[in-house]
Design a protein around this ligand. Structure first.
Ligand code: HEM
Length: 376
């Protein structure tokens, strides 16, 4: 029986390699923002729960103030990869999304609620009120969204269960069961959140808006969190890789194209290892140097790119083993449109760079001061 729906007869408007490149770049940026949200929020919750020093209160508030901004990046950087994924993998992705449609559509409500709770969390911290339980609710909701997205991204790789699921419930109210790759993959994202959250604290330690005491606290805590969860992240990555089917693992080693995704997996391992060593220097030496902050940022970015490349290889090889070849599509490139898109894409990046530079040059208050206009 043919598992995948018939291919759309309209050819793709751009080369597949270009669509994949844009997909991987934008998805890696989505993952950086997602990890900052998942990890930074949980760290802010824990810091506000055990607020046993003035530094921990300042650190919780500093993270919370930035999380509402991070959320805008989570959402805006989610749209481009969603569009590219639909173009490249629509037949698999639409099917899995429709099969869990009720849960998928609930993401909109969950997301709105998470966003609102983030604002409440920040406002309560600014007003020195108990806030951890509000932040915890936001984190649990964000974790649910991550779980639903992992469910969708793994279900799209299992055409063999689609018709059984549809027979069980055509209303999209039935979640798939029995996929050994789902939980490791979701936990990998959660562990990565705390690892990136630790690197984020190390980055903050290099900012001039903190006092020397606060910088030492941020570097010490951030470094230790990044060491611990860097190791958990490595273990979760090895687990998520080990549960992949044999054909996928063999393809990552031998396939002429996808062995490069296999190399990306090795690069990921090496980069996380380097970041853990760097974090140990910051964490145990309580060193808050600018070079440590920026190296951590660069490593976080490279780690997410390597992760996304590896994950892309896993997806393509799994689909290939089931008869879906992402490269097998007719293409009718409209170079004018592609050119216009690229010009606008680069201009958009330029505008974002300019906005970031304006924010960087603006005079900033010290972090201990309550933020003006924060409602209680
Ligand atoms: C709190 C908000 C969000 C969280 C925590 C989150 C988390 C995640 C996670 C964990 C994954 C990886 C799933 C996996 O492969 O196992 C993912 C992928 C993805 N997310 Fe998000 N996400 C959020 C918001 C959104 C939004 C609003 C959208 C849609 C506009 C979105 C679109 C996507 C897409 C399309 C992918 C997969 C793309 C691909 O594999 O090609 N995300 N997200």
């Amino acid at each position: 029986m043919q598992s995948f729906p018939a291919v759309d007869p309209i050819p793709l408007p751009a080369p597949i390699w270009l669509l994949k490149l844009l997909h991987i770049v934008t998805l890696a940026l989505h993952f950086v923002a997602v990890e900052m949200l998942l990890g930074g929020l949980l760290l802010a919750v824990l810091l506000s729960l055990f607020r046993n020093s003035p530094q921990s209160r300042v650190a919780a508030r500093a993270l919370a103030r930035r999380l509402t901004v991070v959320m805008t990046y989570v959402i805006n950087l989610a749209v481009p990869p969603l569009l590219f994924a639909q173009v490249l993998y629509g037949r698999a992705l639409y099917t899995s999304t429709v099969l869990i449609g009720l849960y998928w559509i609930s993401i909109l409500g969950l997301l709105t609620l998470t966003y609102w709770l983030l604002y409440r969390f920040t406002a309560r911290l600014e007003a020195a009120k108990s806030a951890w339980w509000v932040g915890l609710c936001a984190w649990l909701l964000a974790g649910c969204i991550a779980r639903l997205l992992s469910t969708d991204m793994t279900l799209m790789l299992r055409p063999e269960v689609w018709s059984k699921m549809y027979s069980a419930s055509a209303s999209g109210a039935y979640l798939p069961i029995g996929d050994p790759t789902l939980t490791p993959r979701w936990l990998l994202m959660l562990a990565g959140g705390l690892f990136i959250g630790g690197l984020w604290l190390m980055y903050l330690a290099g900012r001039s808006t903190f006092t020397a005491d606060e910088k030492r606290f941020l570097a010490g805590l951030g470094g230790k969190v990044a060491v611990l969860f860097g190791l958990v992240y490595l273990a979760a990555g090895l687990w998520a890789s080990a549960v992949q089917p044999g054909t996928v693992q063999a393809g990552l080693l031998n396939h002429p194209l996808y062995r490069f995704a296999g190399y990306a997996g090795e690069v990921w391992l090496a980069l996380v290892g380097i970041a853990v060593l760097l974090a140990a220097v910051a964490g145990f030496g309580k060193i808050a140097a600018g070079w440590l902050s920026w190296t951590g940022v660069l490593l976080a970015l490279l780690i997410e790119i390597a992760f996304t490349l590896y994950r892309d290889g896993v997806r393509d090889l799994t689909l290939l083993s089931k008869g879906f070849d992402v490269w097998n599509r007719s293409v009718e490139t409209n170079w004018w449109v592609v050119g216009l898109f690229l010009v606008l894409f680069v201009a958009g990046l330029g505008v974002i760079g300019w906005l970031v530079s304006v924010v960087a040059r603006a005079q900033k208050p010290m972090e201990q001061e309550p933020m003006k206009g924060a409602a209680s």
